[in-house]
Ligand binder design. Sequence first.
Ligand code: UD1
Length: 420
Amino acid sequence: MTTYLVEGGYPLEGSVAIHGAKNSVLPMLAACLLAPGECVIRNCPRLSDVEASLAILRHLGCPARREGDAVVVDASAPAAWDVPDALMREMRSSVIFLGAILGRMGQARLCAPGGCELGPRPIDLHLAAIRALGGEIAEEGGGLSCRGTLRGADIVLSLPSVGATENAMLAAVCARGETTITNAAREPEIVDLQNFLTALGAKVRGAGTPVIAVEGGAPLHGGEHTVMADRIVACTYLAAAAAAGGEVELTGADWRTLVPVTAVLTEAGCRVDSAPGRIALACRQPLRGVRPIRTAPYPGFPTDAQAPLMAALCKSRGCTVFVENMFDSRYRHVDELRRMGADVRTEGRVAVVYGVPRLHGARVRAADLRGGAALAVAALGAEGETRLEDAGHIGRGYQSLDGDLRALGARIRRLEGGKS
Ligand code: UD1
């Protein structure tokens, strides 16, 4: 078991570079399967979800190796079309391999996906998109068997799901003819995926808008791409500086993708300075409660930043209302924050944070990736020591949360199986 020991009450000062985005690199690794050649993905973070994706690629017969900050994947000769149950269960986003495997191999077999416990996470939109492209899907015994030759189609998503948009893009690249994806998700990671696919020779346009057009069947080849910086990691570190006080600079992050979160931090009393490739935050006074924060698809407030921002606002003057519109069960950090002296009350999708003047260290447990990171954020602003257990979840999305925070002056230690 991974445990973090955090001694709170020390302001953060300094600069860290933000690593590549998990939510970009996972669909890109699936996209590698489409190209009969070598793909080089630079700025690829070392995350457990990335390792799970590499294991899937290797199982499919695509050698994958690390070279410095890059991964190199060779999908010249994939030889399998199934994702074993154990790999599927490790990561919910493994469903992103469905469109790519089916498109490249003409058939695919997957079991039900795993991942964070955020309440029911259906994949009906993924399946509807694949079916619209001509994939035949049989759902049997908790698994999916798919086959078919894909043809371009008009896909209309009933809600702008990130994963379904990506799955549809990957399958459509292999389908003969034109595909349009309407009500597509507009997240920056989808633009990043489009840029990667373009580097491989695919004809995709419109990412970042609600309509994506794919001219399928273009011959693909290997290619290179550098992954964008992870905006949720950046938001987490900004929240950490807001919670602990101090002044931090983050490099590599695109401030334009952070505006929904930096606007809230500014309203709470932080000073934010943005420039191309750099964002700085200074917090020299207690935070203020802010207007209601409602999570929404991009460019709304990201659900993945809800927990870290809530952790920062626990110690504030006034009250802040959160409305979680994206996932059920995304308040599992709240009980743990209460152990640290926070006053947060939840009712369904709504959480009300009554700011308190101080938090205290406690023994807490991470239940999921972002909730776990949020507890580290709260601990940095709390008096005394926090023991954050089950912190292994955090490694799914942060290459080195403790290392980065230490570089900013935080007193945080990581113990593996009780040893540092
Ligand atoms: C992605 C991100 C995740 C982020 C989420 C929302 C990755 C690897 N993960 O997850 O970090 O929290 O976007 O920004 O990129 N839905 C359906 N049917 C479906 C698919 C989704 O009803 O077939 C619903 C979900 O239950 C949820 C909403 O759509 O309520 C949004 O989910 P979606 O955008 O698909 O999230 P993910 O792609 O799973």
